[in-house]
Design a protein around this ligand. Structure first.
Ligand code: ADP
Ligand code: MG
Length: 396
């Protein structure tokens, strides 16, 4: 993949239309987590520092093509201005005279935020006429919203065809890190896939077994594999109807030389409650009514050894019900090991997924990992080997 570089772009006095992800969690008009605003700061500072007029495009929530006052981006302008330490002008609409007037008022290096692009139905339809209206506001287009790149919308895909298009700094870093983890990784590469169900991660498992040297399977989805091999799983979460699918994935792994690491022991309880009595069992000791809620110590030990023997780790999905201690033990042990190896420069460790990010924060190691993707659906689709329209449109 080759992209234009902002480093060599002519930016002074130019209007840069920048797609960002400002779909932040809000409670009563207050932002409760400003991570997404912070991720956009490097690109905004860079462009502004080079004298560009920075025009920010973003969506918020799902207004479905209509103006919904509660879904206005206006409450974001103040907090963004505080973080940037410079004024942020707000335009009441992302196209037309309102946008034009605010952009015309910007000095070189100034920043404007335009109203929610999803107030227009043309955005999600990727309507060329709407994209053309947006393009009137810019001399160049910068996409810094990897998390929206799995959607072919006017602001993520259409615009890239109408203006010289560049990845922003956060987008660039995400693409570089994903490439280092799965595109052209240093071998041996270990994957960890956990979480609740096989059915939500079929494409992921199929893509990973074809590409990795080792793949550890944990969480509820491991139960489906254990059952497919004839082991008892008691009352555990298990997709018994996916036995054939699990066996196909195991066969595919064997054929492509990917060593599967399935649990060799498990932690069970009778209910999912903090601090309940637990038992560690060998696979064939699981009884009726037992719930497998975490990986056992032997399984963890083998996983940590596999990490020591790897140069690259890619991780999605917790190994147990980490929200309910003590079923966080395996996930926390694996997270601490990954963080320590990454911090020591022994491994490139990349992780992503909503619950995976929570689990890494819970273990206190998110900062030690080489990269933690907060891109959700876009991260998963990329790991599934799918082409992301918003990334493809930036290629030259
Ligand atoms: P991510 O959001 O990182 O992609 P998932 O949503 O696929 O991860 O999976 C996370 C969920 O899987 C968590 O809510 C966790 O409680 C659940 N889970 C993990 N192990 C088990 C298990 N053994 N039984 C039931 N649920 C599990
Ligand atoms: Mg999840």
């Amino acid at each position: 993949m080759t992209f234009r570089s902002l480093d060599t772009a002519d930016l002074a006095g130019k209007r840069a239309l920048v797609r960002v992800d400002f779909n932040v969690p809000m409670d009563g008009g207050q932002i409760t987590d400003d991570t997404r605003l912070r991720s956009a700061l490097p690109t905004i500072h860079f462009l502004s520092g080079k004298g560009a007029k920075v025009v920010l495009l973003a969506h918020f929530d799902r207004p479905k093509g209509k103006r919904v006052p509660e879904m206005s981006l206006k409450p974001v302008a103040g907090p963004l201005s505080d973080l940037l330490e410079q004024p942020v002008a707000f335009a009441d609409d992302c196209i037309g005279a309102a946008a034009q007037a605010v952009i015309d008022g910007l000095e070189n290096g100034g920043v404007a935020l335009l109203e929610n692009i999803r107030f227009h139905a043309g955005e999600e339809k990727n309507d060329p006429a709407f994209a053309a209206e947006l393009a009137k506001n810019g001399d160049l287009y910068v996409n810094d919203a990897f998390s929206a790149a799995h959607r072919a919308h006017a602001s993520t895909e259409g615009l890239a065809r109408l203006l010289p298009a560049y990845p922003g700094l956060a987008m660039r870093r995400e693409l570089d890190m994903l490439d280092a983890a799965l595109g052209t990784p240093v071998k041996p590469v270990l994957g960890i896939v956990g979480g609740a169900k096989v059915s939500t991660k079929l494409d992921l498992l199929n893509n990973l077994v074809a590409r990795l040297d080792r793949l550890a399977i944990g969480g509820g989805m491991a139960n489906t594999f254990l059952a497919a091999q004839g082991h008892p799983v008691g009352s555990s979460l298990c997709e018994h109807d996916l036995g054939d699918t699990a066996r196909e994935i195991m066969a595919k792994a064997a054929a492509s030389g990917c060593e599967l690491l399935l649990p060799v022991d498990v932690v069970v309880a009778r209910e999912v409650k903090p601090g309940v009595a637990t038992r560690t069992l060998a696979l064939d000791e699981v009884g009726d009514g037992d719930l497998i809620l975490d990986a056992g110590p032997k399984t963890v030990e083998r996983l940590l050894a596999a990490m020591d023997a790897s140069k690259t780790l890619i991780w999605n999905g917790p190994l147990g019900v980490f929200e309910v201690p003590p079923f966080d033990i395996a996930t926390v042990a694996a997270a601490k090991k990954a963080g320590a190896l990454a911090e020591a420069g022994k491994i490139t460790a990349v992780a992503g997924g909503g619950d995976t990010v929570s689990a890494l924060n819970h273990a206190g190691v998110a900062d030690q990992m080489t990269f933690v993707s907060t891109a959700g659906g876009a991260f998963l689709e990329w790991m599934e080997g799918k082409t992301l329209p918003g990334v493809k449109a930036l290629e030259v």
